[in-house]
Design a protein around this ligand. Structure first.
Ligand code: COA
Length: 136
């Protein structure tokens, strides 16, 4: 059974860490803004399988630290969680949803209507590009 719930920042840490930055200390995946964020978790039979964190500022929302357990990737869970996030933000009459995407994930996000901006950067040898989706 699949469900999506609001969770605490602390509940996201172990999944963020194991999927995204396993070679860094766990403090590396803790964001200074985490307590101000909205965190969604997708559960498969009560097991936290995918997480995403949303940060709202004025009429713009950013999602960060989107990750699915390695052995559960490619099964559509990330798609479900991202759609849930887009619907949540749209219902709040935000103007834009954006993210710092790993460049190799651009194709995935384009399916949801995100477009590339010219803003690019590199962190820990990983290339990133800012993607945005206009909501109205
Ligand atoms: C990005 C991420 C969160 C996506 O989560 P996910 O649960 O794997 O997402 P989905 O399963 O919905 O989609 C992943 C791919 O599987 C495909 N897929 C989804 N359901 C599928 C199914 N039933 N059968 C076959 N393929 C499927 C999707 O089309 C997608 O393909 P694409 O990448 O070629 O576009 C996950 O890959 C991840 O954690 N990556 C590591 C961390 C990371 O890079 N985070 C994002 C930083 S920008």
């Amino acid at each position: 059974m699949i469900s999506i719930k609001t969770i605490t920042a602390e509940e996201t840490y172990s999944l963020r860490h194991s999927v995204m930055w396993p070679n860094q200390p766990i403090s590396f995946v803790m964001l200074s803004d985490d307590e101000k964020g909205i965190h969604f978790g997708l559960f498969v039979n009560e097991i936290l399988t995918s997480v995403i964190s949303l940060f709202i500022s004025d009429k713009k929302a950013q999602f960060r630290k989107f990750a699915t357990l390695k052995h559960e990737q490619g099964k559509g869970y990330g798609t479900k969680l991202l759609k849930h996030t887009i619907n949540f933000v749209s219902a709040k009459t935000m103007e834009e949803l954006w993210c710092n995407a790993r460049t190799d994930k651009t194709k995935f996000y384009k399916k949801f209507g995100f477009t590339e901006t010219k803003k690019k950067f590199t962190k820990e040898n990983i290339d990133f590009v800012i993607l945005e989706k206009k909501l109205k």
